[in-house]
Design a protein around this ligand. Structure first.
Ligand SMILES: Nc1ncnc2c1ncn2[C@@H]1O[C@H](COP(=O)(O)OP(=O)(O)OP(=O)(O)O)[C@@H](O)[C@H]1O
Ligand SMILES: [Mg+2]
Length: 302
């Protein structure tokens, strides 16, 4: 697997503000990486340096073997960028817009294929100005892909989408993944990162504070919660963990869920107790993300 992005010791300051404060990472071909972090963390600044739209103050950047800051057409040909807002000519029809944008690339995907990929077949002959917000974003995605890029940058691809449009755009991104594209996306939706990314990188104040798979980032051993309802919370067994009861809901925290479930269900069957609505819950990426940022904050304050 070859390396698509390589970044070492990257810094970017705007006057007093250090937006990117010493970042190192590498992305391999075919990876889907989600860049997370609070407002102002430096995500857009970092991505724009990778795209070649912003010059770094210091550090080394290599993207597809090029220095984006000085690379020319060959580099542009091989990356696809889907911006939050693209200024498409509103009077073009969807098919015309795709063909028009494609003309700028030496190698391009057939317009009909792209329109199918983003699910705009029925709108192929509609004018851009008649599209709904979600349909426009799909067109943006099609335009970002028209040059058949190796590497795709998606900046908050589903902000403002309704839940079903978000699911559909996830399917589109999965389609890209299965074509072997490398994808770097920024998002504020943790479920989106969990669903799409093989890897998440969390930025805070211009530094990487966590980097790993969506399931592995976080602090300490992943603890699982086993929860259920019971009519009589006074007669609960003390298993390898102490139960806690809140509003008729019982929960056990454990790092050994298999053993705990075995003991618990054994006890329940023996006692003839129904463990109503039992669920086994792993901490979500959102829990991990928030605790990483809390820890960072604690480190700064302390
Ligand atoms: N052109 C600029 N001039 C001065 N300061 C800037 C400029 N662009 C960004 N900054 C500052 O750099 C820091 C990082 O901004 P950046 O846009 O990279 O954050 P972000 O992680 O993309 O945030 P968001 O989630 O809100 O999009 C912020 O403090 C911001 O105010
Ligand atoms: Mg941003």
């Amino acid at each position: 697997m070859s390396t698509v992005i390589e970044v070492e010791g990257l810094f970017k300051r705007y006057g007093e503000v250090t937006a990117v404060a010493g970042v190192d990472f590498a992305v391999r071909e075919g990876d889907v990486v989600a860049l997370l972090g609070p407002n102002g963390a430096g995500k857009t600044t970092l991505v724009e340096m990778l795209e070649g739209y912003r010059q770094a103050d210091s550090g080394r950047i290599e993207v597809l073997g090029y220095d984006p800051g000085s690379a020319g057409r060959e580099f542009r040909d091989r990356i696809g960028i889907v911006l939050q807002e693209s200024g498409i000519e509103q009077n073009l029809r969807v098919r015309e817009a795709v063909e028009h944008y494609g003309a700028a690339y030496s190698c391009r995907l057939p317009a009909a294929d792209l329109i199918r990929l983003v699910g705009l077949e029925e709108k192929a002959d509609a004018k851009v100005k008649t599209l709904s917000g979600g349909q426009k974003r799909r067109l943006d995605l099609a335009l970002g892909l028209v040059g058949d890029p190796h590497l795709v940058f998606l900046d908050e691809p589903t902000t403002g989408f309704d839940p079903s449009a978000r699911r559909k755009s996830w399917e589109m991104v999965e389609g890209l993944t299965s074509m072997g594209k490398t994808i770097l996306l920024t998002t504020h939706y943790l479920d989106e990162a969990q669903h799409l990314a093989d890897r998440v990188i969390v930025l805070s104040k211009g530094r990487i504070v966590a980097d790993g798979t969506p399931d592995s980032i976080g602090v300490g051993p992943p603890s699982t919660t086993v929860r259920f309802k019971t009519a009589d919370p006074t007669s609960l067994p003390r298993l390898e963990a102490e139960p806690s009861v809140e509003q008729g809901k019982v929960s056990y925290q454990t790092v050994r869920p298999t053993a705990l479930l075995h003991q618990l269900t054994g006890w329940a069957v023996e006692q003839g107790v129904e463990l109503e609505g039992i669920e086994v819950v792993r901490p979500s990426l959102e829990d991990a993300y928030l605790s990483i940022l809390d820890e960072e904050k604690g480190r700064e304050d302390g």
